[in-house]
Design a protein around this ligand. Sequence first.
Ligand code: NAX
Ligand code: K
Length: 517
Amino acid sequence: MKIFSAKQIYEADKATIKKNNISSDQLMEGAAVQLFNWLHYRIQGAPVKIHLFCGIGNNGGDGIALARHLQDHGYNIAVYVVNYSKKRSDDFLVNLDRLKDRKIWPEFLEENSVLPEIGRDDIIVDAIFGIGLNRTPDAWVVHLFEHIQKSEAFVLSVDIPSGLFTDRVPEDEKAVVKANHTLSFQVPKLVFFLPETGIFTEQWEVLDISLDPEYLTNTETDYELIGKNEMLPVYIPREKFSHKGTHGHGLIIGGSYGKIGAVHLASKACLQSGSGLVTAYVPKCGYIPLQTNFPEAMVLTDVDENHITKIEFDIDPTVIGVGVGLGKDKATVKALEEFLGENKKPLVIDADALNLLSENKDLLEKIPAQSVLTPHPKELERLIGKWKDDFDKLDTAKKFSKQYDCILVIKGSHTITVYDNKGYVNTTGNPGMGTGGTGDVLTGMITGLIAQGYNPLNAAVFGVYLHGRAGDIAVEKTGYQALTATDVVANIGAAFIDLFAQPENRPEANENERPQE
Ligand SMILES: NC(=O)C1=CN([C@@H]2O[C@H](COP(=O)(O)OP(=O)(O)OC[C@H]3O[C@@H](n4cnc5c(N)ncnc54)[C@H](O)[C@@H]3O)[C@@H](O)[C@H]2O)[C@@H](O)CC1
Ligand SMILES: [K+]
């Protein structure tokens, strides 16, 4: 699913209005009907009090139009206009009149207004600011946000939590409404997925408001949300007459005394992701554990017992995953430096190998084009330098990726893979995966995918998706606390199978119908 910028969403609105020959008011009405259906389906006419806080722009217009539908269906509502500006939008005014026609008089909130009482079992609809926010809200509006927060009532934000910008991080956390649920029109917003801005909504959902499909299809976006639908076309089916020789050979280089497990996890993940063969290149101390516990792997050893000191092999791998469990021994760093300076094979680079690149940027010029780098936040900082905020991080990462022609996998709650000016935002994975070894598994999986013929970008994006999905399937049995990297490896197969599973029959499938009169 594409992630559009605010500018593009406004363009999509315009394109829809023009093409369907409708008014902007009709578009707003369609959006309000979707909002109503969503709420009505869930609360089913219950007499719960619904407080609608509406701004004076189109986000407020959505809230006012929703209030009318709620009133028509007998809901217990209170409507407030948050009067933060004199510049009311036309569609807001049209809807305000329609409300007044029904004899509903909203309460106008100004700087010194007494704020309404809100019970903790009430529902709040936050339609104060939408994507049109262009500066931090005034202090009294922020005070209202805090009042909403203190009530502990359920907060449903329309389109975006009010106070959240679409393209920068808010200066003050208090100047943003914290939503329990956000109903985003047509498309998700990038801010839902970044650590500094994703915290303002617990859940988000897209409401289809029938924006022009042609505009949505033909417009390129800087970011894409990656789920099953995006990954199915990437999947390469197995051919009947293929064999281990055609599925590639992944080589995993890594390990040091006490960290052989990292290589075990990565090479097993490489094989389970579909590589025809896997070889592990480890110090001598890794030989027996690997051969004993992982018979499918071939093992090559360094001359040294405990560390890698020279990277030399006489096999011809398709791709090399390097760095897991490597350590920082001087001899290892030197061996790695020599290896990276000479190697021509496609690379997946992780952990200590990334740190070496950070300290020795010349080597970055030497790695093959489209090498995949998989840093966690600290490793990323060492690699690309400090960033001001999440948006700056993405911009800096894009520049870095361009400068060195490499694919950057920025690991996090929503891992974002960056390449060629574009970001691919992952949707799978869970907090149980924040445990030792899951990063090694990811390195192995991406290596395994490249081995069997995925191009490095597809391998990175697909690998991240499958890795998270394997973790999601595993956590259903283990729970968050007990999940281990081994469980993730064990469920890679299930993650592949899940790609082709039919979606469950959810009753919500009908939720987008028009309201019953
Ligand atoms: N245009 C359309 O056809 C549709 C728009 N929709 C809604 O329209 C919203 C965007 O509406 P708007 O562009 O009117 O903008 P908003 O409703 O987000 O903001 C209202 C206006 O307030 C002003 N403003 C911004 N920051 C301010 C601040 N800190 N203090 C005081 N005033 C400030 C701006 O001039 C802005 O236009 C979307 O988020 C969505 O909810 C939906 O109705 C779907 C259709
Ligand atoms: K809002």
